[in-house]
Design a protein around this ligand. Structure first.
Ligand SMILES: [Fe+2]
Length: 190
């Protein structure tokens, strides 16, 4: 059984997403709940800080519906580590819980017509601290860095499990687009 704050959140997510499929509407409705989960962190367990050294971060899944929808997960980023620019192919939201992670938004400059080629530009960086929310539309491209000296923790929610989708990872230096590697994920224990 998950923490009541998380199970209540999932119940509200189910209601919201049954009433609309519009990502902008869902994001607006989910924001205050994420803010409350950043204000009351009694749902956070020490295990959510466990990271994979090779990957540079740790993913703990708090909810995933049988049809791969409504993924809720805690992600902990190791100091000095991060993840390459990628898209999600679904709407997504992140709220900072502990520490600071830098969310990097990238804007695509080419038209996507050349297979494997992508020209992306770093257009915005946001320090995601406790209660700060960033959100994504399906084609948005972002990356994350932890520039700090301590791990950072954030709570993520996605309409559909990104791992179940055909999404991309980008290399801004070599200007490439390739399939996004699968992440190592851990399911939260009861
Ligand atoms: Fe992401």
């Amino acid at each position: 059984m998950s923490h009541p704050l998380i199970s209540n959140f999932v119940t509200e997510l189910k209601t919201m997403t049954s009433e609309t499929r519009d990502p902008a509407t869902i994001i607006k409705q989910v924001s205050p709940i994420l803010q409350s989960l950043a204000a009351d962190t009694s749902w956070v367990k020490p295990a959510y800080y466990e990271c994979d050294d090779d990957q540079g971060f740790g993913i703990t899944i708090l909810n995933e519906e049988p049809n791969n929808t409504l993924l809720v997960e805690a992600i902990c980023w190791l100091p000095g580590r991060g993840v390459a620019p990628h898209d999600h192919q679904t709407w997504g939201m992140v709220v900072g819980i502990d520490g600071v992670e830098v969310n990097v938004d990238w804007t695509r400059r080419d038209d996507g017509s050349k297979e494997g080629f992508a020209d992306i530009e770093n257009t915005k960086e946001t320090d995601v601290t406790n209660g700060i929310i960033v959100s994504f539309m399906p084609d948005d491209i972002h990356g994350v860095r932890n520039d700090g000296d301590v791990p950072s923790l954030s709570l993520h929610v996605y309409g559909v499990t990104p791992a179940s989708l055909n999404r991309s990872e980008f290399d801004p230096i070599n200007k490439t687009q390739k399939p996004c590697p699968q992440r190592k994920r851990t399911f939260a224990s009861a």
